[in-house]
Design a protein around this ligand. Structure first.
Ligand code: DON
Length: 317
């Protein structure tokens, strides 16, 4: 496995990281794990782990990195890429917009008050449900399996699978997402069986991974869809450009503007407390810290990425 290499010695990031992590970890006290999905409520609130991978496959793993978590909203990045591959750019953006909503990730308010009633972007729940409905497959199982395989391909980890407890917990309690999906059908954004589309969405949210898996996926995005280690092209560059632009503007929900100012790198957060972040042409990053801030982003994870970006001058601007 090429990703096993370590570059701890003589590497500034590796040297500074323990102190950065220590400081960020203390901020976890200000947040708390998501509890609207019952299975996430008992996630360890004080945990913080991170993985960084460079173009040679050199890896830094720091803190509580072996902890597995569900992808939740980070899966929206992979679903968008696969929907673009399956349908092309114009078909996808007939069903979903490209603008930050300024509302919380599970809001449905603009579906009713802003014509033509399509979701503002692919990373709020409404947009992600619309995107999941575009993934090709003869039934929900095939759609879900194709998305899982795509995540396995990007991460280089064929063992990645689902956390069935979280899947069931979300499916049983998703009244708000159900309301959103039925409104999307009424607005002719999605067609067919609403429950089928929701099942694909719940399954993708329950894909379980580690920060190392996230960092490997992020590395492919950092290099325009090419795995820099194997040299294999895995995603058309244009689709990576679209996805990174949307991550920068909408990836941290209604905290995206502040994160763009403080960190200046494309990132996508999840209610499990995970963040996938990309330093273009440099690094793939995965972070986990389950205590969330008021916007639904990882409290300590955001702190760590902002501090590291400022220290190592990662901002794209
Ligand atoms: O739709 C939901 O509620 C979740 N399964 C995913 C949302 C999510 O991760 C939002 N993140 N900040």
């Amino acid at each position: 496995m090429f990703f096993k290499k370590s570059f701890k010695k003589n590497n500034l990031l590796a040297e500074e990281l323990p102190a950065l992590l220590h400081k960020s970890k203390q901020t976890a006290n200000y947040g708390k794990p998501a509890n609207y999905i019952p299975a996430l409520a008992n996630s360890p609130a004080h945990l913080l782990g991170a993985a960084f991978i460079d173009k040679a496959g050199h890896t830094i793993l720091e803190g509580d990195h072996p902890f597995p978590f569900t992808l939740q909203s980070i899966s929206k990045v992979f679903a968008l890429l696969l929907a673009l591959i399956d349908n092309g750019e114009s078909a996808v953006f007939r069903k979903v917009g490209m603008e930050p909503s300024g509302d919380s990730y599970n809001s449905m308010i603009k579906l009713q008050v802003v014509e033509p009633g399509i979701p503002f972007n692919p990373f709020i729940n409404a947009g992600a449900i619309a995107v999941s409905s575009l993934i090709h497959g003869k039934d929900k199982q095939e759609k879900s399996y194709r998305l899982l395989q795509f995540i396995q391909l990007l991460s280089g980890n064929p063992q990645i699978s689902y956390n069935e407890t979280v899947y069931i917990s979300e499916a049983e309690t998703a009244d708000l997402n159900r309301s959103i999906a039925y409104l999307l059908k009424e607005n002719e954004v999605i067609s067919g069986e609403v429950e089928e589309t929701l099942d694909v969405y719940f399954r993708q949210c329950a894909v379980e991974a580690t920060v190392q898996d996230l960092a490997k996926c992020a590395l492919v995005l950092a290099f325009g869809g090419v795995d820099p280690v194997s040299g294999k092209s895995l995603i058309p560059k244009r689709y990576v450009q679209i996805t990174l632009a949307l991550m920068l503007t909408c990836g941290m929900y209604d905290g995206s503007g502040q994160f763009a100012v403080q960190a200046g790198i494309p990132a996508k957060s999840a209610v499990s407390g995970a963040i996938l972040a990309v330093v273009p042409n440099k690094l793939g990053i995965g972070v986990i810290a389950p205590a969330l801030n008021k916007k639904g982003n990882s409290q300590a994870g955001v702190h760590l990425l902002e501090a590291a970006s400022q220290k190592f001058n990662w901002s794209c601007f």
